[in-house]
Design a protein around this ligand. Structure first.
Ligand SMILES: *Cc1c(COP(=O)(O)O)cnc(C)c1O
Length: 358
């Protein structure tokens, strides 16, 4: 039998989540953010499922290449923009929009001798302090771009929120204000909202929302799962139980003997570990579901395997399905137990895991 570790991607969940985003932001166009291989769900698979989106957002030009090769003709936005002059021919050939966030990118556009106009998204830094021009320079940069013959006249204005997952947070209010103020004399569509802002900041929806996590059914809002917002998980990660051993009271389990059996007890072994992308830092007590019953992880997660306390489910059998996260076991719970966020967990699934669609 081949290794049972499987990521099942729920195509209908992706489509449901896109409808949910549209219902939440009914007056906005939707950019489906598919960077990092569609948050680990598979770039082409996700893009085909979400072909109803108005655009795709990618972090690498190679992803745009893959989307076009898959026959997708939607707008594609390169979210961190061009890195050097050699990107320009590819941008034109693939018909990709590019974010402009830095003087180095303005210089590349200025030195460009082609005239076929490129569509740009001008990114302003309203407080995230990662990518973007200072808001004080918004008008100057906008005017510069407008005058370039190789830049399309329809310039989208964008910014990115640092803490939109806090639905009453002062930082988002401040970022919104700075964006509105600095763009008041500039024409062009506005794009501010990531998933958390789609869920919690309707005033920030405006012309284009940029949905990533929400489309995969993921939440980054503290204490909330995707399901709490009417989203459905797009990934179920599963494997099988490959051994059940009866271990004596006082014996320890796994590497570094971090867990001792408080009594004679059955210990299950599931065929998944950090080599598959399951977080090694998942703490003792992190749940898995065996045939719908929750049982806790004991000992350390190792590369290929994890050990489970079966005292609460003595009927478990070798060969039983083990669900690590997905429908009925929100990935947010596992992420919290591992000191991470749901996005990182789905992005971390490795190549040896079999992907199937359902
Ligand atoms: C990744 C990304 C998004 C999507 O964020 P989510 O929280 O996944 O919705 C939106 N905009 C930009 C610029 C991004 O890099």
């Amino acid at each position: 039998m081949s290794r049972a570790t499987t990521a099942t991607i729920h195509i209908q969940a992706l489509q449901h989540n896109l409808s949910q985003v549209r219902a939440l932001a009914p007056h906005s166009k939707v950019m489906a953010v598919v960077k990092a291989d569609g948050y680990g769900h598979g770039l082409e698979r996700v893009a085909r499922a979400l072909e109803g989106a108005d655009a795709f957002g990618v972090a690498a030009l190679s992803d745009a290449e893959r989307l076009r090769a898959a026959g997708l003709s939607q707008r594609i936005v390169l979210l961190s923009g061009i890195d050097d002059a050699s990107d320009l021919p590819a941008i034109r050939r693939l018909g990709v929009d590019t974010v402009v966030h830095h003087d180095s990118q303005l210089a590349l556009l200025q030195q460009d001798t082609e005239t076929d106009p490129i569509r740009v998204w001008l990114k302003l830094d309203t407080g995230m302090h990662r990518l973007g021009f200072p808001v004080e320079r918004a008008e100057t940069i906008y005017t510069q771009l407008k005058m370039m013959p190789n830049v399309h006249g329809d310039i989208t204005l964008m910014t990115h929120f640092a803490s939109s997952d806090e639905f009453a947070g002062a930082q988002t209010i401040s970022q919104l204000k700075q964006f509105t103020h600095s763009t008041q004399y500039l024409s062009g569509p506005h794009s501010l909202s990531n998933s958390a802002a789609i869920l919690g900041w309707p005033e920030a929806h405006q012309d284009w929302v940029r949905a990533g996590g929400a489309l995969y059914g993921l939440s980054v809002v503290e204490g909330k799962t995707g399901a709490d917002f009417g989203l459905k998980p797009a990934m179920s990660l599963s494997t099988k139980l490959i051994a059940i051993n009866h271990i004596k009271k006082g014996e320890s389990i796994g590497y570094s003997a971090t867990w001792q059996c408080p009594e004679d007890m059955p210990v299950g072994v599931a065929a998944i570990g950090y080599g598959d992308g399951y977080p090694r830092h998942a703490s003792v007590g992190t749940p898995v579901l065996i045939n719908g019953v929750r049982v806790p992880i004991i000992g350390r997660v190792s590369m290929d395997l994890m050990t489970l306390d079966l005292r609460g489910f003595p009927d478990a059998k070798v060969g039983d399905d083990v669900l690590l996260w997905g429908t009925d076991l929100p990935v947010e719970i596992i992420a919290k137990a591992a000191g991470s966020i749901s996005y990182e967990l789905t992005c971390s699934i490795t190549r040896r895991v079999r992907f199937i669609e359902a």
